[in-house]
Design a protein around this ligand. Structure first.
Ligand code: CUA
Length: 170
């Protein structure tokens, strides 16, 4: 039994070695004949077309919130100004279930205005930029406290830029 296994192993090893030798010889012969640049333009064109098609199909619908095209009046407007290192909010309560518009800007450097429900769930965010006012429209579905943190590194006490806002059922 052992001698059969040994013979079979030798035969299979010889077969694999022969296959390697044949493939190596074929590849060496082909390398001399083939133009390495042949087909490059075709590959480039196909990649370009695939890239454009994938981009167009995955970007649709465009990532713009519906209110950007047709803004409904906000129930409340809150001015939010970022400073190193605090948030100034014109109000600290919002109504539950109604659209609230934050008008967000910065007094110094770029900050990231983000509204959290709990410690891990962001319900909306926008940049706070000096010289610009970015509008962020949010509807607070549940009553309770929401935290506003900074999502853009803005210096030593970036982590301390924290404000709270309370959603109240009306
Ligand atoms: Cu403000 Cu980070």
């Amino acid at each position: 039994m052992q001698s059969v296994a040994w013979s079979l192993s030798l035969f299979l090893m010889a077969l694999i070695t022969a296959a390697f030798v044949i493939v190596c010889r074929g590849a060496a012969g082909e390398r001399e004949l083939r133009n390495p640049y042949r087909g490059r333009a075709v590959v480039f064109a196909l990649t370009l077309i695939a890239g454009v098609l994938i981009t167009l199909t995955t970007l649709s619908p465009w990532p713009l919130p519906a209110y950007a095209a047709n803004p409904a009046p906000a129930a409340k407007v809150i001015d939010a100004v970022g400073h190193q290192w605090r948030w100034d909010l014109s109000e600290s309560t919002v109504p539950v279930g109604k659209p609230v518009e934050f008008r967000v800007t910065s007094a110094d450097v770029n900050h990231g205005f983000s509204v959290y429900r709990g410690k891990t769930r962001i319900i909306g965010q926008t940049q706070a930029m000096p010289g610009f006012v970015n509008r962020l429209r949010l509807t607070f579905d549940e009553p309770g406290q929401y935290e506003i943190l900074c999502l853009e590194y803005c210096g030593l006490a970036h982590h301390g830029m924290l404000a709270t806002i309370t959603a109240v059922a009306e």
